[in-house]
Write a protein that binds this ligand. Structure first.
Ligand code: DGL
Length: 296
């Protein structure tokens, strides 16, 4: 059987709708897989929360989702969560996990020179993970890190059918521009310019058209969605994965349909159509996800 014909059960997790920018790539690579999407909307946005409470929250919600949905593979479609919790998740749960990290390597490899700008949440830009990754792949190139958590909320609004506020977008772009100019003016190379933007938050590709058309200079834009989907496909294609998948009964496979869960008590009716177009039905609120976890 070809890997794309397999129907594994994959759990995709994010704080909100950002993970849908990854899910669309997964559905393209593995069209016959069953997907469960879990969004921790009660705690969205993640990017402004402290690491310790966020880690305990992520472990609790993912644990509950695994218990309830019994996936065969988990995709943490959230840079903020992946750069914080991947090690703990792998140590705790006996399942394959795939995380999302900023596409700094492809940005360096696909541009010959110039600065690379990382747009991410405040939490992600501060992570040692990002600095270590840049040390490994950046060479002599300059990395400009810009925290733009406001884009998370704009992406949420967009997918909920509301117009992206031009004023708010302009405000975010001004802040990016100021940060880039400040960093470049401190540069030793007078002719240094920006060659690439890395969208290091899964919400941001949902605003890629708006960002690209508002940014006046030509540069390349990168995100991790396609690479994550290729990685999942390679894991699913491996013989050891097949052995695990066989443990599911044929009946379980047939009865399962792709579903999405939330953690808040909000109706989220404004998202029904978005999920319906992705072939997913609403499952409701993930029960008891927040037991014993401090309030947001
Ligand atoms: N989509 C997430 C990420 O990739 C998190 C956004 C947030 O909740 O702050 O970082």
């Amino acid at each position: 059987m070809n890997a794309t014909d397999r129907s594994p059960h994959i759990l995709v997790f994010d704080s909100g709708v950002g993970g849908l920018s990854v899910l669309t790539h997964l559905q393209r690579e593995l069209p016959r897989a069953n997907y469960t999407y879990v969004m921790d909307d009660e705690w969205c946005p993640y990017g402004e929360k402290t690491d310790d409470i966020l880690l305990s929250r992520i472990m609790s919600v993912i644990g509950r989702a695994i218990e309830l949905c019994q996936p065969q593979l988990v995709v943490i479609a959230c840079n903020t969560a992946s750069t914080l919790a991947m090690e703990a998740l792998r140590e705790t749960f006996a399942l394959p996990f795939v995380g999302v990290v900023p596409a700094l390597k492809p940005a360096v490899e696909n541009t010959a020179s110039g600065a690379v700008v990382l747009l991410a949440t405040a939490a992600t830009v501060d992570r040692d993970y990002v600095d270590d990754l840049w040390c490994a792949v950046g060479g002599q190139r300059r990395l400009i890190k810009v925290a733009c958590s406001d884009l998370v909320l704009l992406a949420e609004e967009k997918l909920r059918g509301r117009d992206v506020s031009a004023d708010q977008l302009a405000c975010v772009l001004r802040a990016i521009d100021v940060e880039c100019s400040r960093s470049l003016s401190a540069s030793a190379q007078d002719d240094e310019s920006i060659s690439a933007f890395v969208l290091g938050c899964t919400h941001f590709p949902l605003l890629r058209d708006e960002l690209e058309s508002a940014w006046s200079q030509p540069c390349l834009w990168f995100d991790s969605g396609a690479a994550i989907a290729r990685r999942v496909l390679s894991l699913v294609a491996a013989p050891e994965f097949d052995a695990g998948a066989r443990a599911l009964s044929q009946r379980d496979r047939c009865n399962r349909s792709s579903q999405w869960w939330c953690t808040s008590r909000a109706s989220n009716e404004d998202l029904y159509e978005v999920f319906r177009k992705l072939g997913m039905t609403p499952a409701g609120r993930l029960p008891e996800a927040c037991e014993g976890v401090p309030a947001a």
